[in-house]
Design a protein around this ligand. Structure first.
Ligand code: FES
Length: 104
């Protein structure tokens, strides 16, 4: 529903090949644009909670700064342990702004 979406960032402020940390309704969210695709994920690593915003991008791999685990942006999976997954958020673009859908 429309009211589940919250403003996150102007679309023009998310350049390709970069990531931006935003706090949406108190939720730590990392926005990533890679190869023209946008991803919105929980900034906390599912391993031990480190902030991905201090990490790096290597193609479709998001590398956690704490233990260098590589998470695939498209599948969300850590390749050595696929049950360990990124939490992804739905998003939409409206009037040049990226909106994030929060669970509740
Ligand atoms: S906390 Fe991210 S890999 Fe360990």
């Amino acid at each position: 529903m429309e009211e589940d979406y919250f403003v996150a960032l102007e679309e023009k402020d998310l350049k390709d090949g970069t990531m931006k940390f935003v706090s949406v309704e108190g939720e730590p969210i990392l926005l990533i644009k890679q190869a023209g695709k946008i991803f919105a994920i929980d900034n906390r690593c599912p391993h031990m909670g480190c902030g991905f915003s201090g990490g790096t991008l290597d193609g479709m791999c998001l590398i956690c700064p704490c233990h260098d685990w590589c998470f695939n942006l498209e599948t969300g999976e850590y390749k050595e342990e696929p049950s360990m997954k990124l939490k992804k958020y739905d998003w939409k673009i409206k009037d040049g702004t990226i909106w994030i859908k929060l669970d509740e």
